[in-house]
Design a protein around this ligand. Structure first.
Ligand SMILES: [Zn+2]
Length: 261
């Protein structure tokens, strides 16, 4: 079976056509779709979507770093309302038996790069790392322009179930994270981003997973992405690894089972 370990079914336009998106995923041969939360409201949505399709959709509860800061990106303006971050981290811990992972969490220094904002992100991410370790859940980690700092912080936890999602770090950091035994989820956009072809070549196949980050990062420019496009990711990884796509599919499915049960 195929697996999408990271997407956002609760975001428009996917949330308005969930039945058809999930049906398309089933028809494409997916056995598991992990949908990720980014703030309290999104976490509620994730739980209700997972409850609606329990055979295939699994919940991942998260706090996107910019949501946790209440920081509005200049590039893609979306209003982020402030909320009680500590209370949400506690709530996520209390809901741990309803989710398969903690994510999307991490740090993002692209726009939130002033020293106080970096310090605040480190403080929040540190608390989340501790919480995930305490509830014994894998973490699905976002990092943008903060790759070294994220790797350094993750090296402080005894939690070995780490998934770096869409990791854009340089080769030395890919190697370092790979040597730590962490997993990388490769997005379907590998089709047109050479970076992920290089990454897939460097990391042992036992540490690779597939994801879409749908509705974003479609392998086809201008299209809305969906979990069903993980098939493209598997094909591309197979080319890099010079093995049959069916072999890649089976190994990645086993990797996902090992991590998320
Ligand atoms: Zn995401």
């Amino acid at each position: 079976m195929y697996v999408d370990v990271h997407c956002h079914l609760g975001y428009p336009p996917l949330n308005a056509q969930l039945d058809s998106v999930v049906e398309k995923a089933r028809k494409a041969g997916l056995g598991m779709v992990i949908t990720a939360g980014t703030n309290p409201k999104a976490n509620d949505d994730v739980l209700s979507i997972a409850a609606r399709y329990p055979d295939i959709v699994k919940a991942s509860l998260g706090l996107y770093p910019l949501d946790a800061l209440g920081f509005d990106e200049p590039e893609a303006p979306r209003k982020r309302d402030p909320f009680d971050v500590d209370a949400e981290i506690s709530r996520m811990a209390s809901l741990a038996d309803k989710c398969v992972a903690i994510g999307e969490v991490g740090m993002d220094f692209k726009f939130a790069k002033e020293p106080p904002l970096i310090a605040k992100q480190k403080e929040i991410f540190g608390k989340i790392i501790e919480m995930a370790e305490a509830v014994k859940k894998p973490m699905i980690v976002h990092t943008r322009n903060a790759e070294l700092e994220v790797v350094e912080m993750l090296e402080t936890t005894s939690n070995k179930a780490i998934v770096l999602h869409c990791f854009m770090g340089r080769k030395s950091l890919i190697r370092r994270a790979s040597d730590n035994g962490w997993c990388f989820s490769v997005p379907s956009v590998i089709k047109r981003l050479q970076h992920f072809q290089v990454l897939s070549g460097m990391v042992p196949i036992e540490q690779l997973l597939t994801e879409t980050d749908a509705p974003w990062l479609s392998p086809v420019v201008g299209q809305i992405n969906e979990p069903s496009t993980v098939v493209v990711g598997v094909e591309e990884i197979a080319k890099v690894k010079r093995v049959e796509p069916s072999v890649v599919k089976d190994i990645i499915w086993k990797n996902a089972q090992r991590l998320f049960g």
